[in-house]
Design a protein around this ligand. Structure first.
Ligand SMILES: NC(=O)c1ccc[n+]([C@@H]2O[C@H](COP(=O)([O-])OP(=O)(O)OC[C@H]3O[C@@H](n4cnc5c(N)ncnc54)[C@H](O)[C@@H]3O)[C@@H](O)[C@H]2O)c1
Ligand SMILES: O=C(O)C(=O)C[C@]1(C(=O)O)C=C[C@@H](O)C=C1
Length: 307
């Protein structure tokens, strides 16, 4: 494949950063790939895995001369990274990130970045419950959405170059504003994780009562929840703290709907239960039928934006 950038700097080399690094190397998308992370052990591991061409603990050093800078750290750390790299960015460079929340990342990073660079925030909707440089793999982004949330008026050429980069990694790219992104992701990604953390926590609390039955009988639906609940605690702490408003809004809708379900069960209203379960089954089937079981459902921009 053809080289797309002379030098790419990756700040953060966990699941997402190392998956991007593996893609860049495999597809030869950069002349030079510079890797930076704050922990010595992680950087040494990235070097052992041969993920880049140059390795440094200094993010400032990493971005010098880079045409594309990809920040791939927990969202709570993005402001500190932006502050560290700001004075060292090459004029004309594209700066992007992969954070799971967008409004907060923009609020943290944008004030530090000079006008001479193009800031195009991004979010690949792809991942696993694993973290760290060993967890990444080629193909993670294939057939998955990547959402870009450029500020209004951002350089079209920069957006197009980043779009092409993600498409080369196999992603389908969509642009939307950060606020809308945060609402959609609150329901399709953040709430499912919070619900999983909660149900596994509840079951763990109950285990004192039921002794080891939680483990013993967990071959069923519970297991699916434990996968999500095994996701990285730092990442998900930051997501909850940095998409607070949208998550609280979706949680309150979720609680209302749960109360409706609870009432139907209490009053033995089988029709209500049957209707809901039929509706949700149809949603799953339509996603599979469209061959988009990995795609992000369109919940309707208008409905999602209503308070
Ligand atoms: N895991 C997923 O499923 C997933 C999917 C899409 C997007 N994301 C987002 O991608 C980002 C990275 O997630 P991940 O899953 O790769 O996490 P990870 O824990 O696997 O890796 C995080 C990396 O960031 C480094 N880091 C942490 N703080 C840092 C700092 N202050 N300066 C420099 N490096 C620092 C860590 O050493 C590590 O290399 C997060 O913002 C997350 O929200 C994650
Ligand atoms: O599949 C998983 O394990 C994930 O958690 C991936 C997932 C998701 O919720 O779909 C998690 C967080 C991201 O920001 C994007 C993708």
């Amino acid at each position: 494949m053809t080289q797309q950038f002379e030098t790419i700097a990756l700040i953060g080399i966990g699941l997402i950063g190392s998956s991007i690094a593996r893609e860049i190397r495999e597809k030869q998308l950069a002349g030079t790939l510079v890797i930076s992370t704050r922990s010595e052990a992680t950087l040494a591991r990235a070097e052992e895995l041969g993920l880049g061409d140059r390795y440094t603990l200094s993010a400032a050093d990493a971005v010098r001369g880079a045409d594309l800078v990809i920040v791939s750290v927990p969202v709570g750390a993005s402001g500190a990274v932006a502050q560290e790299i700001a004075a060292h960015l090459k004029p004309g460079a594209i700066v992007t990130d992969v954070g799971s929340t967008k409004g907060s990342v923009i609020a943290q990073m944008a004030p530090h970045l000079p006008d001479t660079v193009h800031f195009v925030p991004g979010h690949p909707i792809a991942g696993t419950e694993h973290s760290g440089p060993d967890a990444g793999f080629v193909g993670l982004f294939r057939g998955r959405w990547c959402i870009l949330t450029p500020p209004a008026g951002q350089d079209e050429e920069a957006i197009a170059r980043l779009r092409r980069f993600w498409e080369t990694l196999g992603s389908m790219v969509e642009e939307m504003d950060a606020e809308h992104h945060d609402k959609v992701l609150a329901i399709v990604s953040h709430l499912p994780h919070i619900i999983a953390y909660n149900i596994v926590g509840t079951a763990d609390d109950l285990e004192a009562v039921t002794e080891s039955e939680v483990i013993k009988y967990s071959a069923s639906g519970f297991r699916d929840f434990t996968r999500l609940a095994a996701s990285d605690p730092t990442m998900w702490r930051d997501v909850c703290l940095h998409n607070k408003d949208a998550i609280l809004e979706m949680l309150s809708r979720f609680s209302e709907d749960l109360a409706y379900l609870q009432r139907a069960i209490r009053w033995g209203d089988g029709d209500k239960l049957f209707d809901l379960f039929t509706r949700t089954r149809a949603i799953r089937r339509s996603i599979i039928q469209a061959g988009q079981d990995t795609a992000m459902p369109d919940f309707g921009r208008h409905a999602m934006d209503q308070k």
